[in-house]
Design a protein around this ligand. Structure first.
Ligand code: FAD
Length: 386
């Protein structure tokens, strides 16, 4: 590159996207001696539309990477530790006491907390407000240009951790949106929701909407994160307006009408996509890997994805280390990543997908589940697939 026309920044690894998945990958590479750049299009702190319920798995994975993570996260003033989930269905309700506690933390705060940890505990160079433009991969390496900038990043490999609308996936794979494996979801924050506490998440099923549920998750300051998602294929085939369906859900449910009688919506209702792990497509190739939502790893039954984003970040880092040790960046060598992802994440998601399909074809099973879940072993199984 001509020195007068731009800045060239050279790295071993370019991670695109600093959400939970990208931060997990950067942290897992912290003691490897590799030169890593973490590049995000947004300025931080930035919000991400989400239910903000973080499964134990995410915290365990991050703690296996940074041993002090759990302690610091629990002390973080924005974190709530959840102990129960209350499920409402046809006027009845049942409480699940979680075998392992889960957490909520607003994404505005959580993602900034994770990025601060990357800055404090690793030598990763962090570039926010840096939107990638063109990504080129050839035998010599990877080149990324930046929109409205002369800066060019080069690396020996690139990691797509840039979420549901991943530009890395769009530019390096043939990505086709399969609406049967994609959720459209919306959420808003509410205050003054009745009968809530800081340790219980709640979900409301309504037989009119089949398997889909409306969630009410507690966040700090007695604010509730309230949301709802539907398969994109249903949205387009049945011409559903998701935002109207969200408000309709309240009208159709006397329990919700009562619960929200004095509530105030304190943020706009915002939507975002959730790529489900029931169909993952290409996740690696010559000099690249995809992780988290960029690799479509959200749970087909519950729609949660942070746990798998963080775990796939760690698996990606393990593969990066092997790749540099062998000096083999080929598509064939990267298939080891596909295999490990399949074993550690995708096989489990298939059980969730089967449960999702069965329940949507035979919705009366939900009544049965409600009865059977009184059994401890069945309850435990249900907890393992959501
Ligand atoms: C309404 C809704 C509710 C949800 N509720 C939950 C829940 O309660 N629990 C749960 O576990 N999961 C939930 N999910 C799923 C969860 O949000 C995702 O699975 C998770 O955020 C994926 O993490 P990630 O790091 O892969 O991607 P993201 O969190 O999406 O992070 C991607 C990062 O990449 C950046 N980026 C995007 N495009 C580019 C680009 N072109 N160039 C550079 N950077 C880019 C973004 O700024 C962002 O920082 C929900 C999703 C939705 C939509």
């Amino acid at each position: 590159m001509n020195e007068q026309t731009g800045v060239r920044k050279n790295y071993d690894v370019l991670i695109i996207g600093a959400g939970p998945g990208g931060c997990s990958c950067a942290l897992a590479l912290r003691k490897t001696g590799l030169k890593v750049a973490l590049i995000d299009k947004s300025e931080f702190p930035r919000d991400k539309v989400c239910g903000e319920l973080m499964h134990r798995k995410a915290v365990e994975t991050l703690t296996s990477i940074v041993p002090e993570f759990e302690q610091e996260f629990k002390q973080f003033p924005k974190t709530l530790v959840l102990k129960h989930t209350r499920i409402h269905y046809k006027g009845k309700s049942m409480v699940f006491d979680w075998v392992n506690e889960s957490y909520t933390c607003p994404r505005l705060e959580l993602d900034n907390f994770l990025l601060s940890m990357v800055k404090a505990k690793s030598d990763t160079d962090v570039y926010t407000a840096t939107p990638p433009d063109k990504i080129t991969v050839d035998d010599n390496g990877v080149t990324v240009t930046i929109k409205n900038s002369d800066t060019v990043f080069t690396g020996k490999m690139i990691i797509g951790a840039d979420g549901a609308n991943s530009t890395v996936a769009k530019q390096l794979t043939v990505k086709v949106l399969d609406r049967k494996h994609y959720l459209g979801a919306v959420r808003a924050y509410y205050s003054n929701v009745k009968n809530t506490d800081d340790v219980t998440s709640e979900v409301f099923f309504n037989s009119k909407f089949g398997l889909n549920y409306l969630w009410v998750f507690p966040t700090q300051g007695h604010i509730s994160n309230v949301g709802f998602g539907l398969l994109s294929s249903d949205i387009s085939e049945k011409r559903i307006n998701l935002k109207d369906a969200f408000y309709d859900y309240f009208k159709q449910s006397p329990e919700l009408t009562e619960k929200f009688a004095d509530a105030e919506q304190i943020s706009p209702l915002e939507g975002f996509g959730v790529p489900l792990g029931s169909s993952i497509g290409t996740v690696s190739g010559n000099r690249f890997m995809l992780l988290g939502d960029a690799a479509s790893l959200s749970n087909p039954l519950s729609g949660t994805g942070m746990g798998n984003a963080v775990l796939s970040g760690k698996i990606t880092a393990d593969q990066i280390i092997k790749t540099f040790m062998q000096n083999d960046f080929s598509e064939t060598f990267m298939k080891q990543y596909d295999a490990e992802l399949q074993r550690a994440i995708v096989d489990g998601l298939m059980s969730s997908y089967k449960a999702q399909r069965t329940l949507s074809k035979l919705p009366f099973i939900l009544d049965l589940v409600f009865i059977l879940a009184k059994n401890k072993r069945i309850k435990k199984y249900i907890q393992s697939i959501v």
